[in-house]
Design a protein around this ligand. Structure first.
Ligand code: AMP
Ligand code: MG
Length: 542
């Protein structure tokens, strides 16, 4: 059964029902104490128009595909029509930004409509990003521009189809309003088109939701939020302890169980990021989902040439705190902030420390396994195979080597014939090099030596090349949202042409498949994109 109206969904707004509301209902910027959220309505917009919809999410909610033709639906997804059953609000949270406590942040431009109980995907929260100011907008306008909205929409869906835990995006729409942005922070603001993304996730609770209470010494609300989060979103942890959540107080140890679970999920998420070459760009604690989902797509980027020191975020250009290679460590640092925040509920350091170690142990177990899968090693032996992995990671940054193309090419290496010439050995990898001249001299020799070790190693698994190739191609994507591809879609969209946005959405649904006819979306970054803003570097202005 499908429905034709958002009001017919099974709305069940547990967050606003169970947690403290801001008593002040005026939509004015302020510090909000003793509350988890403020009720606020989206701001109506001039001329809402849909750009793209993820039909998978229509299906998740049991909505008719035809609903996209319905004007009320478009109006609802841009904040122009109230939907019966929703309870629009903005959440209060704080966060550590670039290593420093930043105080209250909150949903400055995100308004949650409410939660839907879906038939097969449990509780799902719908949130509009860019729907107007809230009490948490600080000095900003509560709006989002087209370029950043297309980037968020496409990337969240691409990540989902890659198998990376992420918030989803149901739709992206133009608001019809103009938004002033100083894109390069160089004192030359310009008007851009406004847009709204409708995001979807079990919840949008972040590490920062807990940190704000801890920072203010509000242990009552801290406990209330933790209890709510555990009973609503981590009920399996209570079940594992044989606890009935309706009994009232939760058992003491549950907070540590829960923190360890958040740590494990965060580790799994970061391992996936490292697998596909995703750089989040702003791993502040307010951008860390309690579910271990990738959240808040801002100045993120995809590794083109494999460079662990790369970050797309120009705001972070000097420190490179959030560079690709630092993500695993930063996630752990962020978890430490969460551990500190919930300490008042545990009041013992040791169990929290050991739970924090579950991040390290999970990461140290999963990361080598993931690398072995990327290399197509079947009988992976962490001790014996470690040097092969390390050897490759040392070689890759020495020449500008496209990460995505390299691993797809590696799957093509032939191990059947016992004798193979150097040229033949390197041939499947040639297209991965940005500067073919770099595959000369020492580097060429070192790469050939590594490839010969690699061939011997995978041959020792005793499986046919075709089996290895299939396995590798199921973890090494052919299609990722290359930075320049997103920019091309944005260039067209800014002219009112949304075909490329929709075509990319479609191609990125099957990132591991060959998809003949779509090879141009698998090509390495063209030269024009090397230094073009939006392609290789992004500011936080969005
Ligand atoms: P971010 O770094 O994008 O995760 O944002 C950090 C904080 O700034 C969050 O509290 C956001 O809600 C807020 N914020 C970012 N952009 C805007 C905007 N245009 N208007 C209001 N608040 C914003
Ligand atoms: Mg954020």
């Amino acid at each position: 059964m499908t429905v034709a109206d958002l009001a017919e969904l099974e709305w069940d707004n547990s967050f606003t029902r169970e947690l403290a509301a801001d008593e002040n209902t005026l939509n004015r910027v302020r510090q909000v104490h003793g509350a988890a959220y403020s009720r606020v309505m989206p701001t109506p917009t001039e001329a809402p128009t849909l750009i793209a919809v993820a039909t998978e999410l229509l299906e998740m909610f049991g909505l008719d595909h035809e609903i996209v033709e319905n004007e009320q639906f478009v109006r609802a997804l841009t904040g122009n029509a109230a939907v019966a059953g929703t309870d629009p609000h903005a959440m209060c949270y704080g966060g550590h930004q670039f290593g420093n406590w930043a105080g209250q942040l909150g949903d400055g431009r995100a308004i949650t409509l409410g939660e839907v109980l879906t038939a097969s995907d449990g509780r799902q929260t719908l949130q509009l990003k860019g729907a107007g100011p809230t009490p948490y907008s600080r000095t900003a306008d509560g709006l989002a521009v087209l370029r950043s909205s297309i980037r968020e929409f496409l990337c969240s869906e691409a990540m989902h189809h890659l198998g990376v835990p992420t918030t989803r995006a149901l739709s992206v729409a133009l608001t019809g309003d103009k938004v002033m942005r100083d894109m390069f922070y160089d004192g030359r603001p310009a008007l851009e088109q406004g847009a709204v993304v409708c995001r979807v996730a079990p919840s949008f609770i972040r590490f920062g939701n807990f940190e704000i209470y801890a920072a203010r010494g509000d242990t009552d609300n801290l406990r209330r939020l933790a209890d709510y989060t555990i009973t609503t979103h981590f009920a399996e942890l209570l079940e594992a302890r044989g606890v009935d959540p309706t009994d009232g107080l939760l058992p003491e140890g549950i907070y540590v169980d829960w923190f360890a679970e958040v740590a494990r999920r965060t580790a799994d998420m970061v391992v996936h990021w490292q697998r596909v070459g995703f750089v989040h760009g702003v791993m502040n604690t307010d951008n860390m989902s309690i579910h271990g989902l990738t959240i808040d797509y801002g100045p993120y980027g995809w590794l083109e040439d494999y460079d662990p020191g790369w970050t797309p975020n120009t705001t972070d250009a000097s420190m490179k705190r959030y560079r690709f290679g630092a993500q695993p460590h930063i996630a752990s640092w962020n978890l430490e902030r969460l551990a500190n925040a919930i300490y008042p509920l545990v009041e013992e350091v040791e169990p929290l420390e050991s739970a924090l170690n579950s991040y390290v142990s999970r990461f140290n177990e999963r990361w080598p396994q993931m690398m072995a899968e990327k290399l197509g090693i079947a009988g992976f032996n962490p001790e014996l195979d470690q040097s092969l992995i390390e050897g490759l990671l040392e070689l890759l940054p020495r020449a500008e080597t496209d990460m995505t193309l390299f691993f797809r090419g590696l799957a093509e290496i032939d191990t059947a014939s016992s004798l193979i010439g150097d040229d033949e050995l390197l041939a499947p990898l040639a297209s991965a090099y940005y500067l073919p001249d770099q595959l000369n001299g020492d580097h060429r020799g070192a790469m050939i030596a590594w490839l010969r070790l690699y061939r011997d190693r995978v041959a020792a698994d005793g499986q046919p090349d075709s089996t290895r190739r299939r396995a590798m191609n199921s973890v090494n994507p052919k299609y990722v949202l290359r930075n320049y591809l997103a920019q091309l879609a944005i260039d067209d969209a800014e002219q009112g042409d949304f075909a490329l946005t929709n075509e990319l959405l479609d191609v990125l649904r099957r990132p591991y498949d060959e998809q003949p006819g779509h090879e141009r979306f698998a090509a390495k970054r063209p030269d024009w994109a090397r230094a073009r803003p939006g392609c290789s570097m992004l500011s936080c202005s969005s």
